[in-house]
Design a protein around this ligand. Structure first.
Ligand code: NAD
Length: 477
């Protein structure tokens, strides 16, 4: 449901700002509790009618494939809107959306492969003849699902959730983040054009505390799949107790990057710099804690600092810009405060460290050394272009410190020693470990966080399983 269809009682409008200028570029309605009621009713009606949930699987597959085709055809337009809204470069927005649309191609393939197991059983008769059964499990769509996404790659995050939920046969209500709702507005039309029936895929806008909270507490929603901060994830768990909704959470991170003496630094340094500075550090898997072995420590600090200084900041329509602004003034102030706190307490700012004195919410790519392990900028997820670099000597010590965080989303290891690569990867307390690479994702490989970085996984078969329920049926024969 697009703007305006939230009804006459949803009058609160959310201003949408261009993060590169701070100027308002649009507004969207806060759907609110009454709007959520209406959309959930539509989604439920479509689910019960079976227009999608009982559609022949091959037809669902064709429609999902078509969604990918339309998004691909409209890539220029969609990435332009998304880049403007989030502040990222158009090239990055293209990359995100291209990866997201592959979710639709991937999950189109799964539609025809969702099935349970069967077995023939014979149970001992108690004093009578043995009894024979045909027993089987049936995988069914879980029902109406609420999908809540963040702002740091809206179309990508939306497609990661919608593709498996729709492949499973669910009806969906997706809420975009209040900070960047514009590109998502186009998605409902695209889903309709591809042939998703009316009422099956509903896109709404709204604030987290109003519309998001109404979704998580709603008795008509069977499951919530959420991507966002750990703090809000915990709130969602509490709010979902009313009808014991199923929940999947993709949350924050404070990911470690280990660079050994024997690493190929010509790959490791740009890889680690990209791993933190991409999307101005506003990435859940940002490698925000680099640990460099003593022999290469100075080179790594100098190299990552040089990479930081070489990055040009600018608006999404500036083709020479490498990095955009942060999403909001609030986020820029938070990043600034954390860096200042580190500086006051003796950390050394090797590169960057300041907000830009220009309109928009720009913050310099920042490299910090000489941090103490109890500093907030070392412990907390910053969600900005700030990396700390610490030296290490001993493998056991660095593994323990890398894992010494409440998060467990991603980790990276740079080394030429194959045994060490596998050994360290096994010991990382993280849902994804990259060896001699960073920020690699594929629809076929599950992605999910350990510890306070999440519950459950998305992508791959695991990513569709979370939208299915298994029923066991015994037939006496
Ligand atoms: P956020 O948690 O503030 O908001 C995320 C979404 O939740 C938004 O749509 C918001 O409106 C909604 N929301 C807020 N309060 C709510 C409530 N009480 N009930 C229901 N919904 C509510 O996060 P953000 O600032 O938009 O995004 C940044 C965070 O997202 C970071 O912590 C980042 O690590 C995380 N993230 C994780 C992944 C992942 O896959 N693990 C990916 C991207 C971002």
């Amino acid at each position: 449901m697009g703007q305006g269809s939230t009804g006459p009682d949803s009058v609160t409008m959310i201003p949408v700002l261009n993060p590169a200028t701070g100027e308002q570029i649009g507004e969207v309605p806060d759907c609110g509790a009454a709007g959520v009621d209406r959309v959930v009713a539509r989604a439920r009606a479509s689910f019960n009618a079976g227009v999608w949930s009982r559609m022949p699987a091959q037809n669902r597959a064709k429609i999902l494939w078509k969604v990918a085709e339309i998004v691909e055809q409209r890539l220029d337009e969609l990435s332009e809107i998304e880049a403007l809204d989030v502040g990222m470069s158009r090239m990055l927005a293209r990359g995100f959306i291209s990866t997201g649309l592959e979710m639709f191609r991937y999950y189109a393939g799964w539609c025809t492969k969702i099935h349970g197991q069967s077995t023939d059983l014979v149970t001992e008769g108690w004093g009578g003849p043995n009894i024979e059964y045909q027993a089987y499990t049936q995988l069914e769509p879980i029902g109406v699902v609420g999908l809540i996404i963040p702002w740091n790659g809206p179309l990508f995050c939306a497609m990661v959730k919608l593709a498996p939920a729709l492949a499973a046969g669910c009806s969906c209500v997706l809420k975009s983040a209040e900070e960047a709702p514009l590109s998502i507005q186009k998605l409902e039309g695209i889903l309709r054009e591809a042939g998703v029936p009316d009422g099956v895929a509903n896109i709404i806008t709204g604030y987290g505390e109003t519309t998001g909270a109404a979704m998580t507490a709603h008795p008509g929603i069977d499951k919530i799949a959420f991507t966002g901060s750990t703090e809000v994830g915990k709130r969602i768990v509490q709010a979902a107790t009313g009808n014991l909704k199923r929940i999947t959470l993709e949350l924050g991170g404070k990911s470690p990057v280990l660079i050994y003496d024997d690493a190929d630094l010509s790959q490791a340094i740009p890889g680690a710099a990209m791993g933190i500075f991409m999307n101005s550090g506003q990435s859940c898997t940002a490698g925000s804690r680099i640990f460099a072995q003593r022999g290469v420590y100075d080179q790594v600090v100098e190299g990552v600092a040089a990479a930081a200084k070489a990055l040009r900041l600018g608006a999404s329509d500036d083709p020479s810009a490498d990095l955009g602004p942060l999403i909001s003034a609030k986020q820029r102030e938070r990043v600034k405060a954390l860096v200042e706190d580190g500086r006051r307490n003796g950390a050394k700012i090797v590169a960057g460290g300041k907000a830009l004195d220009r309109p928009g919410f720009f913050f310099e790519p920042t490299v910090v050394s000489d941090v103490r392990l109890d500093m907030s900028l070392y412990r907390e997820e910053i969600f900005g272009p700030v990396v700390t670099i610490l030296p290490f000597d001993d493998e056991e010590v660095v593994i323990a410190e890398a894992n010494n965080t409440e998060y467990g989303l991603a980790a990276a290891v740079w080394t030429r020693d194959v045994s060490r690569a596998h050994r360290v990867a096994r010991r990382m307390d993280a849902g994804v470990v990259w060896v001699n690479c960073q920020v690699v994702f594929n629809p076929a490989i599950p992605f999910g966080g350990f510890k306070q970085s999440g519950w459950g996984s998305e992508y791959g078969w695991k990513g569709i399983e979370i939208y299915l329920r298994s029923k066991s049926i015994y037939v006496q024969i």
